[in-house]
Write a protein that binds this ligand. Structure first.
Ligand code: NAP
Length: 302
């Protein structure tokens, strides 16, 4: 049985794909009001290539008492540790928690909140967004890398992902993958917010991109992830080109007045740089400008 916390974009994407492959799934919703809305909706809807498919998946609240052996955590990074703390007493000995959060920092917070569980980190390039409550559009078929920095043995339940058609690989160096994705995010997303532009328009700011990329390379090398630093600048330019017409996730969050995951992205990078006493002036300045921008829009800095 998979317990899935968060019936948002990625939670719905995973729950529906597992359920339609016949894998038992139970959703965990925040409270009885949310459960009531879910029951009114009668299930989750996944929209793929304009085709909507409805899945009446079982749901309960986090306050339920059923033991949990496998938890898929599909909330935002800032909600991850508080959500797991709420569920800690339900986690069976040796339970697995699969963490879908973007960025870094929330994984350690979750591990501290549930020391009895095995934490498996994931980095996903799937793209999904909520069209309405409990209705999610699968916008981009990507790939998910999973790994456990403390134990290289893959869990047996990867077979469920295979059965469900969830494209994935077991990674022996998931931290490097997460760092690389974080570095790409730090070079691109904050600038799209500050210049209020699509990814492609960043091509008009080549000097800024070059300075940030070179400082991020230095950071990755000092943090022991030299492999993740290779060809970063070229990759930043490639991503900008490939996603030229898109608005970054951070840009979308800010435009819609939603809290961002800054503390687990650029904030995490700056903290790591400070720990290593690295003078990375462009990265620190970018962080300060982004914090000021968020604050001017009444959005939290964490
Ligand atoms: P999302 O659509 O905002 O969904 C998050 C869900 O978590 C919401 O349904 C929310 O419930 C639920 N939640 C939060 N705290 C909870 C709690 N204590 N108990 C129960 N439910 C709780 O977020 P998302 O886009 O799926 O993103 C999840 C993570 O995946 C993020 O770190 C994101 O960066 C990463 N990611 C997303 C994508 C994507 O395409 N969406 C791609 C790659 C990575 P309510 O509905 O009640 O608020």
């Amino acid at each position: 049985m998979w317990h899935i916390l968060g019936a948002g974009s990625l939670g719905t994407l995973w729950a529906t794909r597992l359920a339609r492959a016949g894998v038992p799934v139970e959703l965990l919703l925040r409270d009885s009001a949310r459960l009531h809305s879910y029951q009114q909706a009668g299930g989750l809807t996944l929209i793929e290539q304009d085709q909507a498919q409805h899945y009446p998946i079982a749901a309960q609240t986090v306050a339920d008492t059923q033991p949990i052996k496998r938890l898929l955590l599909a909330c935002k990074a800032y909600d991850a540790a508080p959500a797991v703390a709420q569920l800690a007493h339900r986690l069976a000995p040796g339970a697995d928690i699969l963490l879908l959060q973007n960025g870094l920092g929330s994984q350690d917070e979750v591990a501290r909140a549930a020391p009895q569980a095995r934490c498996i980190f994931a980095s996903s390039t799937d793209g999904a967004f909520r069209q309405a409550d409990f209705q999610v559009v699968f916008a981009g078929h990507g790939h998910t890398w999973l790994g456990d920095p403390q134990n290289i043995q893959p869990p047996a339940w990867l077979a469920d992902l295979h059965k469900a058609g969830i494209a994935h690989d077991w990674s022996l160096d998931i931290l490097s993958r997460l760092w690389r994705k974080l570095a790409l995010n730090c070079a691109i997303n904050p600038l799209t917010v500050l210049h209020d532009c699509r990814n492609g328009e960043l091509r008009e700011h080549p000097a800024q991109l070059a300075c940030l990329s070179s400082e991020l390379v230095e950071l990755l090398q000092h943090c022991g992830h030299s492999h993740a630093a290779e060809g970063l600048h070229e990759d930043v330019l490639r991503v900008i080109q490939a996603t030229a017409l898109n608005y970054s996730s951070m840009h979308q969050d800010v435009r819609q007045g939603r809290r961002t995951e800054i503390a687990y992205l650029l904030g995490y990078a700056c903290q790591a740089a400070q720990r290593h006493q690295l003078p990375l002036p462009h990265l620190y300045a970018l962080h300060a400008q982004l914090l000021a921008h968020l604050s001017s829009r009444g959005l939290p800095s964490h």
